[in-house]
Design a protein around this ligand. Structure first.
Ligand SMILES: Cc1cc2nc3c(=O)[nH]c(=O)nc-3n(C[C@H](O)[C@H](O)[C@H](O)COP(=O)(O)OP(=O)(O)OC[C@H]3O[C@@H](n4cnc5c(N)ncnc54)[C@H](O)[C@@H]3O)c2cc1C
Length: 382
């Protein structure tokens, strides 16, 4: 199947990267996004080495010029003591950064349009025909050689195919916000780091997202009634993290709550329809790899199908090659989140082990260190 036509539901990370990968291999591609523009609520996203390799491979890196490189990522306890540190400089020829979602989606959409992709807004997909068509809410049937369901965790297209094997609520979630970055943060060493603070069953992730904004994720149990309130209940968070009082007080009324979920499918495709990204393999963001895996699998989908003898053969090979690492990443992310369930006296030593024992670090970092299908050493300089 050298070239063909693809219809994609969802202009998120997975949809836009699949679109780029196919269009750059000669396909005609149309992406349907239900919203009026690229969905970019106020949040940041960490892009580990694997994710950045994909961003470079699809030519979007030049459009991302205000991201914050991770020189150092620290994990600290409730008394602000460093439990472990990951140094990005350990891999000098590779890049990892945090960026605002808005900037990331804009960069991917620019690369997609340059490759000839059409992005249609206010276009909601409701189902797919495995024979090769995407069905829109207004009844329009869009025939295609390949249909891609990249419409996120609540994917309507995936559900129309009956592919869900297991959808598990993880009883945890996060409130995400962006706040203005202060002068002091721009100058201080801590202001340049990505820092995960633990206190009891609550966590706060801190990182600059660009030169003007700081990204904060408040992670906790779904059942923590005070902690889950939006706007943020500052008093309850300050009681868990007194040393972060000044930071927490800067949070405004904005904020978005999301539950963590884990999804696995009986198969990543049916007929000529592929399911990719959170729609196929949502996971908790505990090791920052949900978007990374969405990106890796989206690039691999485009590259594999474009080089296969037929769509069906390409989809089979894609799942066979890519799925084992995705399943593994879901498991590692799930177990990292379960550290929360340990009694307090055991939690801190276990977190330390996770960051200090080399073979445990290697388990956790294996997805980040993966070279994606469709990526080559040449695209690393793109
Ligand atoms: C709190 C939190 C923090 C996270 N942090 C990180 C991180 O630091 N690093 C990381 O790699 N990952 C992270 N993730 C995971 C990451 O956000 C997701 O894995 C990633 O966004 C999945 O991309 P996607 O394109 O599959 O889905 P989405 O980003 O959900 O995109 C789906 C798109 O489809 C559109 N859509 C939905 N329904 C329809 C429809 N019916 N028709 C047409 N369009 C539709 C939506 O509007 C959206 O634009 C985090 C997740 C959470 C919850």
């Amino acid at each position: 199947m050298a070239t063909g036509h693809a219809e994609i539901s969802g202009a998120g990370i997975a949809g836009l990267i699949t679109a780029c990968a196919l269009a750059q291999r000669g396909w005609s591609v149309r992406v349907h996004e239900r919203d009026a523009d690229l969905r970019s609520y106020g949040a940041g996203i960490s892009c580990w080495y694997n994710f950045v390799k994909v961003i470079r491979a699809v030519g979007a890196r030049p459009y991302l010029n205000d991201n914050r490189p991770f020189y150092i990522r620290e994990t600290r306890d409730e008394r602000n003591r460093v439990l472990y540190t990951i140094k990005a400089s350990a891999k000098p020829h590779e890049e990892t950064f945090l960026v605002s979602r808005h900037a990331l989606l804009q960069a991917l959409a620019t690369a997609a349009r340059q490759a000839g992709v059409e992005i249609v807004f206010r276009s909601r997909a409701v189902a797919a025909d495995p024979a090769g068509a995407l069905i829109l809410q207004d009844g329009t049937r869009c025939p295609a050689d390949l249909v891609v369901a990249a419409d996120g965790v609540n994917s309507a297209v995936r559900d129309s195919l009956g592919l869900v094997k297991r959808r598990r609520k993880l009883m945890q979630g996060a409130i995400r916000v962006m706040i203005p970055r202060t002068e002091l943060e721009c100058r201080s060493e801590d202001g340049k780091k990505g820092i995960e603070y633990w206190s009891g069953r609550r966590r706060i992730y801190y990182s600059a997202a660009n030169s003007n904004e700081v990204y904060l994720a408040f992670m906790l149990d779904e059942g923590d009634r005070e902690g889950v309130q939006v706007p943020l209940n500052k008093a309850t968070w300050i009681s868990s993290f007194p040393h972060l009082k000044d930071l927490i007080e800067r949070v405004g009324d904005q904020g978005r709550w999301d539950n963590f979920e884990q999804i696995s499918l009986t198969s990543w495709s049916r007929g000529r329809v592929a399911v990719v990204g959170d729609a196929a393999h949502a996971m908790a963001p505990n090791i920052g790899q949900g978007g990374g895996m969405a990106a890796v699998n989206a690039l691999a989908l485009g590259a594999t199908v474009a080089s296969a003898g037929s769509i069906e053969e390409g989809l089979r090979r894609w799942e066979q090659v890519e799925r084992p690492l995705t399943d593994y990443t879901q498991r590692v992310s799930y177990w990292y989140g379960r550290i929360n369930d340990l009694p307090g006296w055991l939690r801190t030593p276990v977190i330390k082990l996770c960051g200090q024992v080399r073979w445990i670090v290697a388990i956790r970092q294996r997805p980040a260190n993966h070279n994606p299908t469709g990526w080559t050493a040449e695209t690393q300089n793109a």
